[in-house]
Design a protein around this ligand. Structure first.
Ligand code: ADP
Ligand code: ADP
Ligand code: ZN
Length: 236
């Protein structure tokens, strides 16, 4: 027996007993710095579904110096998009893993129409589809301030902001005591490149999902907890 997604999410919120589940397949869409990673981490706790971040997967590959990581490096350093076929391959492998079978949160993928089309096809072949594509809206000035002040934990990937969301002890992760660092691509000159690329290549996806009637618009300014509430509301 299947229950409505809405009811299921509420049940999962209350007791996490893994009752009858309908997939909760979500995309978080929005420019660099809009809060996709921050919100994705909160959603994984709430709904017990994994965050799938192509940025995190690529950074991990780079750290391990795999062939894919080394290939991606020059693109990432200059703020350009890694070629579609590379990230599509990553996502196809990742979505097949067992932890994604009851739902997932895509963070930073898709970023081009070609990626979105490939995702649709991959999911269709798996008998799945995206239920909600949540577009988080924040203006450029605020994005610049958020990205230049972002600090990321080297060990667990948690995100902080030197002013808006500081760790308790400077340079140290609250969650795991790992070292906080500034990503190479969070420097001002690279940021403007990334924002331009978002406008040219990724923003067209807003229309793409609007036409499919699964676009949900969320204002991305204000307190992190309030944005989280807005996202939970659109999922109900
Ligand atoms: P942010 O969260 O700030 O938007 P990400 O961690 O998602 O940044 O991405 C960092 C970089 O990794 C991007 O600038 C790009 O070079 C690469 N990347 C991540 N996801 C994709 C994707 N779906 N397509 C192409 N490149 C990607
Ligand atoms: P994205 O994954 O979309 O690139 P992040 O979640 O990494 O964005 O957030 C970018 C930066 O902005 C981080 O330093 C984060 O702590 C901070 N941030 C996230 N949400 C908010 C918010 N609502 N207000 C202020 N700063 C925020
Ligand atoms: Zn950490």
């Amino acid at each position: 027996m299947k229950v409505l997604c809405k009811v299921e999410n509420e049940l999962r919120d209350e007791d996490n007993k893994g009752l009858v589940i309908m997939d909760l397949n979500i995309i978080l869409l929005g420019p660099p710095g809009c809060g996709k990673g921050t919100q994705a981490k909160m959603l994984t706790e709430q709904y017990k579904i994994p965050q799938v971040s192509t940025g995190d997967i690529l950074r991990e590959a780079l750290k391990k110096e795999t062939a894919m990581g080394l290939k991606a490096k020059s693109y990432m350093d200059s703020g350009k998009l890694v070629p579609d076929e590379v990230v599509i391959g990553i996502i196809q492998d990742r979505l097949k893993q067992s932890d994604c079978q009851k739902g997932f949160i895509l963070d930073g993928f898709p970023r081009t129409v070609v990626q979105a089309e490939a995702l649709d096809k991959t999911l269709k072949d798996m008998g799945k589809k995206i239920e909600h594509s949540i577009s988080i809206d924040v203006d450029d000035e605020e994005l610049l301030g958020r990205l230049t002040g972002r600090r990321t934990c080297r060990s667990c990937g948690a995100m902080y902001h030197v002013l808006f969301n500081p760790s308790k002890k400077e340079g140290v992760c609250d969650a795991c005591s790992g070292e906080l660092y500034q990503r190479d691509d969070d420097k001002e000159e690279t940021i403007s490149n990334r924002l331009n690329i978002y406008k040219q290549q990724t923003a067209p996806l807003i229309d793409y999902y609007k036409k499919k009637d699964i676009l949900r618009l969320v204002t991305g300014t204000g307190k992190i907890e309030n944005i989280f509430k807005r996202i939970k509301d659109v999922l109900k």
